[in-house]
Design a protein around this ligand. Sequence first.
Ligand code: ADP
Ligand code: MG
Length: 443
Amino acid sequence: MATKPSEHISLELKPDWDASNTEASRKFGRMNPHLPTYNRGMDASCFDDMKRYVDFSTADAQLLAELAEPLTKRIPSLVAEFYAILQSDPRAMEVFAGDTDQIDRLRQSLALWFSRLLGGEYGDAYYQKSLDIGHTHVRVNLPQYLMFTAMNVVRRSLLREIDGLDLTDRAAYRAALEKILDLELAIMNQSYHEDLMARLKTLESVRFEKRLDEARHLASLGELAASVAHEIKNPLAGISGALQVIRHGLAEKHPHREVMDEALKQINRLDAAVKDLLIYARPKPPQRGPLDLVSLVRRVIMIVRRESGLGQVKITVDAEHDSIEMIGDEAQLQQVLMNVIINAAHACGRKGTVQCRIQRIGAGARLAIVDNGVGIDPEVLPRVWEPFFTTKAKGTGLGLSICHRIITAHGGTIALESKPNEGTQVTIDFGDRNSGAGDSEKV
Ligand code: ADP
Ligand code: MG
């Protein structure tokens, strides 16, 4: 070791000195506003468990107390030996750098620790004190390995001291010492564990708060958007009606007819976006009734072909049965199928295919919409369910979040798998097709 231990250090023991009140702990305490707090005394029973494990008895306590008398006078040299070794460790010294008084205070603290170790009282107060010391180590960022290596230094010195004493049953004294040192290690380990758990908890609650804030923000944004959408809906219908009247009055070949058609198309788009926004922000509970999933899929495909200008995309139905009866809100499920099939068709472009596979699975039904379109980048994939997330110039980004809500309210699940440049599969599972589940849940 670089520094030779001094045998002549005198120590003034101040029993009221608090190990957690070091300069470093105050410094770190100020620096970290999320410094964990601990439930003092909560784990006292844990100490009983520890003692039981190492078979620590009142006889051991007695033996340790008997060692106090011959060993107390040796404490200053044991402390000096300990710090000489510690000071040769650069990482340990990093912790104490810049605080010259601190080592002196820690020497006193270690001397007190030695006397406590041989104090003969190993109850809850002992446990709490050791736990506090452990937390101080954590707070000053003492590397965890030092807890073990430093304890080994202490162990070797104390065993050596015991070997130098004139004792009849030396093995019993050594065993008692080994037990209490292992208990000390277990407690210090516990402090690091508690600290880690407290930090995790803080982190989780910070994250939770953040998510809650985002959700609140999104909800109020949705409400605002919904009121605006509501205001737009009626005038939009009025404009559309008026344009249709004017268009009707124009001669067959009139050049303004085309302009009117384009204007009406744009109004339809606007209307669809406003509807999506209202469905998203003002969800309605499903109005359940019997329906046939296979014919619903066929009907949606017809509407998509007719209305979306996606006539070129090949859309096929692959159904194991002519009809699959189930309970659900037909209008809402139609909305889901429209969203998913239009997404698939958009992704395919002209030469792609969209397959709708329908099957019964036990009491449930499964619908898979598979396309061979552009697929979704893995980084983007988790975001597709977020409201307002879209990669399309004309998208609202509400389609999939509405689908998710509706399917969940029907007691089902919806999942999406995708590979860039290969395609995407959306799988909708209706758990029990005859229950329609989710009683009062709104979509
Ligand atoms: P929108 O269609 O208005 O963009 P959606 O919520 O329906 O909103 O979809 C969100 C995003 O998910 C789309 O912009 C697109 O990037 C991606 N997406 C959804 N379905 C598919 C699909 N079948 N293939 C490729 N991308 C898809
Ligand atoms: Mg969509």
